[in-house]
Design a binder for this molecule. Sequence first.
Ligand code: ADP
Ligand code: MG
Ligand code: ZN
Length: 495
Amino acid sequence: MTTKTAVEYETVIGLEVHVQLQTRSKMYCRCSSDYANTPPNTHVCPVCMGMPGVLPVINKQAVEYTIMTALAVNCEIPENAKFDRKNYPYPDLMKGYQISQYDMPFSRNGWLEVEVDGARKRVGITRVHLEEDVAKLIHRQNEAGETYSLVDVNRAGVPLMEIVSEPDIRSPEEARQYLMKLRQILRYIGVSEANMEEGSFRCDANVSLRPMGATELGAKVEVKNMNSFRAVFRALSFEVERQREALEGGQTPVQETRGWVEDTGQPVSQRTKEYAHDYRYFPEPDLPPLRLDRDYVESIRVRLPELPDAKERRFMAGYGLSEYEAHLLTETRARADFFDACLSPLSGAAPEALRQRAKAVSNWMLGDFARLLNQAGIDVEQAKVEPRSLYDMIGLIEQGAISGKSAKAVFEVMFKTGKPPADVVRESGLTQISGEEEIAAVIDKVLAANPKAVDDYRSGKEEAVKFLVGQVMRETRGRANPGMVNDLLRQRLMS
Ligand code: ADP
Ligand code: MG
Ligand code: ZN
């Protein structure tokens, strides 16, 4: 007997990401590009208002940031690049066209490594190019119920970089990982705040399905308007299922653009291929083509900071951290820098000493420190604790000056006040008790108060000793040296 097996489909996703660059001025004029929290239409001039006859000027910093990004995602930088006019017939760009890059972008052929389910894979990057952002339209309704729109030109002309991926992504989760990695790199190199909720990092997601093993791509659907990573994931998951159902029902999905509606959790069709744009690109006549000198490109390359993957490898090889620890500690550049700074007093120390201290710093950073940061709702760069203080505090534990338990209390005070650990210890009287006589006195008191536990121990119940150690620690508010308590207690019980 044979059963007809259902066709398996493969998900194909390619992402176009638009990133606002953190330059002081706009892309083609001298207006400030800081448009958030400014009154509408105050950062404007004839150039970004699209007046006829004005001349745009290329923002050098934006070009540099774009090449920097391209290098960080392993792109080739061609010798020549140019800007092109892209027809754009909407009211949010006053000129009626956008100055973008068509066939000679600043870069091509890069890749980014993502990790999904423990497996690493490369996602190809088609190109990274530079263009300009559009104005903001605000839709309103008057008392008569008529709708109208307001235009705020402050955002028009802000440098916008576009990063286009190859259709190499195979699941909504892989897409999410790709976006997180890209955002991490952009923040590491400091070219953008890359904040999706605030609109400085925006993603259009293209998705199609094809029978498993097929080499041709199916018709793609482009989903827009997601403003969080979660929304991208949900929109893609929804779209994959919709297309699968269509294919299984014998229909072929059509190429179209859909807009994500957060409230309903569904992408709604906006336009199909018949209405696809005719961009009518042509070389921008008001801007010169650019020659990208090799020396210039190399001068940017050498200024690239150590990137997350390289940092993670160095933390594992150099400090002996696990992949898990190294991954978390390199999540942001500030966190990784703090970690490095905590260990800088040990540069040149024996590898064993370095690894031991690294492990302790990692435990504190991922444990108590992370918890306190989380509670305070801040990042490591806003914390009052200095790397040197964490280093010194761990030193105090190692020397036996404070117990591991007191250290937690000491660290909380350091976190609140930014004081160095030695001061905190002195002021709070948390110095570890290592005096034999002092500890012995407490032990005698505890033994006298707990005759039952003493009997239990003497009749062979080994656990009773743990209880007694606990009582001594309680009596001393955790300040007794636990090793000494253990030794002295056993001595007393044996006699
Ligand atoms: P367009 O000119 O419509 O923007 P492109 O061919 O330039 O289309 O591709 C835009 C994005 O769509 C790229 O990220 C690319 O990887 C992705 N893409 C192209 N074809 C497909 C497809 N069939 N399925 C999924 N993604 C695709
Ligand atoms: Mg597109
Ligand atoms: Zn301007």
